[in-house]
Design a protein. Sequence first.
Length: 278
Amino acid sequence: MLLGFHGATTMTSDLETDVRVSREAGYKGLELWADKVYKYLESHSLAELNALFVDNGIAPMSLNALVFVGFRGDEYPEVQARCKTMCEIAQAINCPMLVTVPSPTETRWQLPWSDVVAEYVTVLRDLASIAAPHDVKLSFEFLGFGWCTVRTPRGAWEIVQAVDRPNVGMTVDCAHLFAGGGLLEELEVLDPKKVFAFHLDDLEDTCKEAITDYTRLYPGIGVIPLDEICRRMSAIGYDDTCSIELFQPAYWELDPLEVARNCRESALKVLAPHFSIE
């Protein structure tokens, strides 16, 4: 398993810092926060962006994220354009995928699930056709928040299966699995070849209604049953990539290298019983 750092874990740092601390902390990969990439490209070329990763020996694992892709109405052409731009960047730096995120909608609670599935099947097939010429995959990530249209592994997996495109898979995020009420057993039916990304994180001990991205913690010090999640992911044969995605503002105030090292140390304790780690 390739263990990578994540740009959201050091949100206030720039891309060059993320790459540097990833290398210095012993990682071989980095999941890129898209806004940092856009900022870097304001004053650098795509060739310089690629050289940043090559020179530091860091593999771009994914570009995060193509957000809120469904139920966009007249705004959908903006999603298509953003997908194309992100795919062009990804191709230039040998980044294999875009993390792709479902939308909130004011009418979620009135929507039949069949309508939700139909919307994302249509959208993901369309975006997959944009991504395919660039040799880029889309990793559809369920979000465990009440406002999201797709909240569980079983929901995302149903959609991915229905899309039936080789470059469309899904992301499993531990915090979203826990927050969204997904069952551990839902992981057991996943095809590991269609799980494109795995986000490792933990959560503060709070009621589920109070869970946000900002209540995330270093893996192993919170309430998520990470050992059981990892055991099930290993049992289905998953052994691809894993990044440590923490949106904890308290960590943003610390030295980025310290955070990167803390993340790696805590993640290895969680992952090592189940996976062979690069």
